[in-house]
Design a protein around this ligand. Sequence first.
Ligand SMILES: Cc1cc2nc3c(=O)[nH]c(=O)nc-3n(C[C@H](O)[C@H](O)[C@H](O)COP(=O)(O)OP(=O)(O)OC[C@H]3O[C@@H](n4cnc5c(N)ncnc54)[C@H](O)[C@@H]3O)c2cc1C
Length: 491
Amino acid sequence: MNKINHVVIAGGGTAGWMTAAALSHVLGKQLKITLVESEQIGSIGVGEATIPTLQYFHRVLGIDEAAFMAATQATFKLGIEFVDWRQPGHSYLHAFGHTGQDCWACGFQHFWLKGKALGIENGYGEYCPEHEAAKALRFAHTKPTSLNYAYHLDASKYAQFLRQFSETRGVIRVEGKITEVELCPQSRNIQALQLQNGQRIEGDLFIDCTGFHGRLIEQALHTGYEDWSHWLPCDRAIAVQSEHSHTPLPYTRAKALIYGWQWRIPLVSRQGNGVVYASHEVNEQTALDDLLSGLEAKPLSEPNHIRFRPGKRRRQWHKNCVAIGLSSGFIEPLESTSIHLISSGILRLLDFFPTAGINPSEVHEFNKQAELELIGIRDFVILHYKVTNRRDSALWQYCASMSVPDTLQDKLSLFAETGRVLKERNELFEDSWQQVMLGQGMLPAAYHPIVDNMTDAELRHFLMQIRQQIQQRVSQLPDHREYLSHYVRQR
Ligand SMILES: Cc1cc2nc3c(=O)[nH]c(=O)nc-3n(C[C@H](O)[C@H](O)[C@H](O)COP(=O)(O)OP(=O)(O)OC[C@H]3O[C@@H](n4cnc5c(N)ncnc54)[C@H](O)[C@@H]3O)c2cc1C
């Protein structure tokens, strides 16, 4: 391959504009960047809850947080509340922060487990500042230790915000539907995109951000797809926006149902609602009726029906095409990880950017890293379906009996037997594994022996001190909504 001078991004949803923003900010002086999108096709219109890594992506781009939040009607997000997942009537909150204090030999869960054996009934989350702040509906940027947080944002406003950011850095936007992808007869690399309006766009490197269509990576390059629906049984979703019925919560809500689950995502101006369901367990009309009848306030949009197939593209980078966003695969939205995967795909591309020409060993490494990351997230999401006491429908009975990937099974067995959590290299969800395994109802059979070096009285004191410090810290935080409006207005 020749030197990369011209990058063509196909698609202008969240993935397309995040890619355009990052490439133009970092490499805009060296590259020509063109983005093609079709208003006729539009974007998926969901994807509004994020995880904390988005902060890092914005820092790389030099994005001012308050300006971004004002433009996207964003709220702060400290975690996800899982309602009815372990069993109907039970809920827990997966918070973004770190729980308790680890020691060199073992994690805090071991101390908590012994405390539980001694009859100390405080929940694991009570030792996590973000958990307690979320429950108290409080938030602030604190120093020297910051709360670990993410955002709820309006997806279409986020794309507009990034479009403006990208266009001021030289990205050329072309409106039009891609009807043909021209391949070089010898190399089978992509040479050009042909649009319905007759335009032809040549490029050196093509980024496929065309969503589930996979217009380049699949329809033209036939890269193949690995289906994970035997582990992740939900394959449809319906989204609808509604007015607020109360002040925006600083966390997402995910409520399990007999055939899937429903989400609530609080923005400043409205709430995002949706249902994710297994189409072989419920019909569309029932899922829709349940969603609409459960809305807390007046709907503001027509229901948006979406079909998906959990899984991943066999290679995210193939020939001179890199798939970013839904074109590269989709796990399912339970842990709000897709926007994170977009940002990490973009940062990985920048890391391996083939300025002097595409090198097969770099492509291989890029694909390997992308796959490892996806597998970690996939396993973490499957955990929620597999480890539960629910058996009250065909869906939950299936999940209880299904075998899970070995990578997940190893983690589950180790935790169940010893309380240890197997940490992979570059693990995205660190403390989250403990939180969700305990939240879903696992209780390890043992704790690390080092904990017994403390007397019972010392352990009680250690646990009490952590809780007191957290309670004191949280009591000094302002109300989330008040802080948010003040913070955004300030800029
Ligand atoms: C039900 C559901 C809920 C979700 N919730 C979350 C969440 O809470 N958090 C999260 O992080 N992620 C979530 N996601 C994922 C998130 O929506 C996506 O990762 C994100 O929106 C990026 O989508 P995209 O840009 O890849 O695709 P799209 O938004 O589909 O954009 C595709 C773009 O390609 C263009 N295009 C397609 N074909 C052509 C063509 N032939 N010619 C020209 N242009 C074309 C379209 O016009 C559009 O601009 C959710 C997904 C689903 C299905």
